[in-house]
Write a protein that binds this ligand. Structure first.
Ligand code: ADP
Length: 162
């Protein structure tokens, strides 16, 4: 059984993430979307909220599940008997960061492979950070986040601004 883990913050899930998840779910028997902690980062949504958003968004894809993990992603991958870690690649700026993480993970556990998937052209500019900025200043969220995420995103930003 070929299993892949797709780790990230997903704060919140964007259409770019959805595109990657749908595409890799056609290649692997099982895909685990892993909400993982990046040290020093602050988040708009809790783990559980982010998990719910992803589950609702991807309920039509039967071989996808969502999990939360605090710790080294390679440890999670191994524990869950997956072989591959998937990361998405947008512009060139992502490359150096992704290469550094992949090399570190390779050093930690050489049995786990990192696979990079190119963003589809229509999503290469979409990031959770960019989406939050657009939402904050009242721009249209069409095609940027799943529909059911729009309202909670606007409400959370409003609450945060108070
Ligand atoms: P973000 O940079 O949006 O906060 P995350 O940490 O949640 O992203 O991203 C998880 C993974 O998804 C990373 O490998 C990231 O490069 C990738 N990713 C994010 N947005 C996109 C997109 N629009 N297209 C392809 N991959 C993406």
């Amino acid at each position: 059984m070929k299993k892949a883990v797709y780790p990230g913050s997903f704060d919140p899930i964007t259409t770019g993430h959805v595109d990657i998840i749908e595409r890799i779910s056609r290649i692997f028997d099982e895909v685990i979307v892993l909400i993982s902690e990046a040290p020093g980062k602050t988040y708009l949504f809790t783990h559980e909220e982010r998990k719910k958003f992803i589950e609702i968004t991807l309920k039509h894809v039967k071989n996808v599940r969502v999990d939360i993990y605090e710790g080294l992603t390679v440890d999670y991958v191994k524990k869950n008997k997956a072989q591959v870690m998937v990361r998405g690649l947008r512009a060139v700026v992502d490359f150096e960061y992704e290469m550094t993480i992949a090399s570190m993970n390779q050093k930690l556990d050489s049995s786990i492979e990192t696979m990079l998937v190119f963003a589809s052209p229509e999503y290469y500019y979409v990031s959770s950070r960019g989406v939050k900025e657009v939402a904050k200043y009242g721009g249209s969220l069409n095609d940027l986040v799943p529909e059911h995420v729009r309202k909670p995103l606007l409400e959370r930003l409003k609450k945060q601004a108070k």
